[in-house]
Design a binder for this molecule. Structure first.
Ligand SMILES: [Fe+2]
Ligand SMILES: [Fe+2]
Length: 200
């Protein structure tokens, strides 16, 4: 066996189905998974940048809206996990055009508090308070969550940071300001996620 082919064998698991898997296979996969997980923030930043120049008819593009939402939350004294949730709350727009809050919520879930995750997941209905009535919809759709303990927090997020983040003249902080914060928040999940041991 040549050195090269030996290295190749060492680099990848050899099973053809998981039923044949061995501890050696999974040591290789775990090592690669840990390296892959360490660059999650880079992939999130790349995806967030897809919102750059995407106006969708709004006064600011979706990246500026996201940055302004995060800037307002940061200047209001919110903690880092909250600010990162604000930064990423609309990151699902590109792939989750019909359910963007759920896409964003799934991305931030390992790294934010339960309440911050809830805000991200449900902000669409609460944001609707400010425009659903212009589209023939019920602006009070958020009332279905009236009895939820996170209702007030989500209403506050939309009022203070989300519905107010469409001002082209606001002094919005650049993405570079939030990058170190994003890397800190995404460096390690708050708790182990049961469905993502090695993302097999
Ligand atoms: Fe949204
Ligand atoms: Fe938004």
């Amino acid at each position: 066996m040549s050195h090269d082919s030996h290295a190749e064998v060492e680099d990848r698991a050899v099973f053809r189905s998981m039923m044949e898997g061995t501890a050696e296979d999974w040591a290789i996969i775990s090592r690669d998974y840990n390296a892959f997980a360490s660059t999650l923030a880079d992939r999130v930043l790349t995806h967030l940048r897809l919102l750059d120049g995407d106006f969708g008819g709004f006064p600011v593009d979706r990246l500026t809206h996201s940055l302004q939402c995060a800037t307002r939350a940061h200047r209001d004294g919110r903690g880092e996990t909250y600010v990162i949730m604000a930064l990423l709350h609309d990151i699902g727009d590109t792939l989750g055009t019909y359910n963007h809050p759920e896409v964003a919520a799934a991305i931030v879930k390992p790294f934010v508090t339960e309440e911050e995750h809830w805000i991200c997941q449900n902000h669409g209905a609460f944001q609707g308070y400010y425009y659903f009535h212009f589209l023939g919809m019920d602006r009070n759709m958020r009332d279905r969550f009236r009895d939820d303990p996170h209702y007030a927090a989500c209403a506050e997020f939309c009022e203070k940071y989300d519905q107010s983040a469409f001002d082209p003249d606001y002094d919005t902080l650049p993405l570079s300001f939030f990058e170190p914060m994003l890397r800190r928040v995404m460096a390690k999940p708050l708790k182990r996620q049961p469905t993502s041991a090695v993302a097999a």
